[in-house]
Design a protein around this ligand. Structure first.
Ligand SMILES: [Zn+2]
Length: 295
């Protein structure tokens, strides 16, 4: 296990206990969340070391790494995925019509496949060997392991996307440095992460599925992610909501609470979370897309 000594954002070494959370989906083990006393960044500590982390991903039910049909929540997830894929492609087209892009954490490969069909040039980076091989054989796309990031020429990439990936990356600052180096000046970085200052997060507390310990090592809010990225010379351009994530996360959270009416409650809380974020005009959606450009 690794205990985080200093905050990756502000470097200070003072934390307060925030929550104790069960790994509801795989191991059943409990993990602690700490909150930095200075910048309020929330992180999982202690956490499994890099070699141990792999075993916490080994489940047929772990959705972003599998392609099996288990349960109604997963079925709904797949319907929504096809819709949101189209939205992601539109978003990218509005930034750059013909980007040379990298999708870091490309998982099962659906997004890269959609990019290829849209005529974009690009490839994926996926650390898990089985997932990587599966995506290549399913979609005829190019996907490499993480070490390939070091072989990419400096200032050669127009756009990098990380869809629900940064919260999984152990060497957070090192990864952002690598990304900065290979992007062209003014190129785009798109990061989607759960927002632990959302209404559904506050409602479900330790049952909130967005914590997903120990796979999620970092738990971002709009403030902490923008602060982290600004330290790496990325300019925040805009934040976009992911409307469907509140429903998915709320239904999953209800499942963790063993609520037999969970689907109905989950939909209600998901709706309420979106409505509160919308009417408050604050960026407080369950998950959000942050668009940055390289300064
Ligand atoms: Zn801090």
């Amino acid at each position: 296990m690794i205990s985080i000594r200093s905050c990756p954002i502000c470097n200070l070494e003072q934390f307060e206990d925030y929550l104790k959370i069960k790994d509801h989906s795989i191991s059943g083990e409990y993990f602690k969340l700490l909150k930095c006393s200075s910048c309020q960044f929330i992180l999982t500590s202690p956490r499994p070391d890099d070699e141990q982390l792999g075993k916490y991903y080994q489940s047929k039910e772990y959705i972003s790494h599998s392609d099996t049909n288990i349960g109604i929540v997963n079925k709904i997830y797949r319907i929504i995925r096809n819709y949101t894929l189209k939205q992601k492609i539109e978003l990218i087209k509005n930034l750059n019509k013909q980007p040379n892009l990298i999708d870091i954490g490309s998982g099962a490969g659906y997004f890269l496949d959609a990019c290829q069909k849209a005529g974009f040039n690009g490839f994926g980076i996926e650390p898990d060997e089985t997932t990587r091989a599966g995506s290549i054989s399913k979609f005829n796309i190019q996907v490499f392991d993480e070490s390939y990031l070091n072989q990419i020429p400096e200032s050669s990439i127009d756009l990098i996307s990380m869809w629900h990936v940064l919260e999984h990356v152990p060497a957070l600052n090192q990864r952002l440095q690598e990304i900065y180096k290979i992007l062209k000046p003014n190129a785009y970085l798109i990061i989607a992460v759960p927002n632990c200052s959302s209404f559904d997060s506050k409602h479900y507390k330790e049952y909130w599925a967005g914590y997903d310990v120990p796979r999620h090592l970092w738990h971002f809010t709009p403030n902490t992610i923008i602060k982290l990225l600004s330290q790496h010379s990325f300019m925040h351009i805009k934040t976009l909501p992911m409307y469907f994530d509140s429903y998915y996360v709320s239904m999953l959270s209800e499942k963790y609470k063993h609520n037999f009416l969970g689907l109905i409650y989950g939909v209600a809380i998901g709706f309420l979370s979106n409505a509160k974020a919308f009417f408050s005009k604050k960026n407080r959606y369950s998950s959000q897309i942050y668009i940055f450009s390289k300064n």
